[in-house]
Design a protein around this ligand. Sequence first.
Ligand SMILES: [Zn+2]
Length: 154
Amino acid sequence: MGLGGAPCTYCGCVAETMLHVMRDCPMVMPIWLKVVHISVRSVFFSSTAEQWIKFNLGNDVGWRFRGSDGEWLGRFTKHIGYGTTYVAELWGVLEGLRQARRLNFNKVELCVDSMVVVKHITSKEKSSLAGRSHVEHIRRLMNLEWEVVVHHSY
Ligand SMILES: [Zn+2]
């Protein structure tokens, strides 16, 4: 393997890029197909080199709390491993709501930057299989004795 534009020494079919050697070469792809869950394969196999590296390093989700007067109350992050952006967004909402419950908030304004997530957590529709358990947890949390208002924001 001599990265740098020459044909792959294993398959000989394309230029030997980092992504070819690590992910796309027919010699390594069967290994990935055994370990990468089907729900994330399209992202896994279609991402750029930078996206792929970030994907494999896993996702951190974060959320911020402000008081009713806009005062800063804290920022939290949690490492959630690898997965789709959609599931990462759901993790962020779920962990944010859990943290708000631990802090005994009785009214929460939840700002989510994913329109799909907003749609799924505020409707009764079934969400995609990949995030269904997260959506159900979030809906149960939202239905507890407190007020949760959901907004879509960028
Ligand atoms: Zn190859």
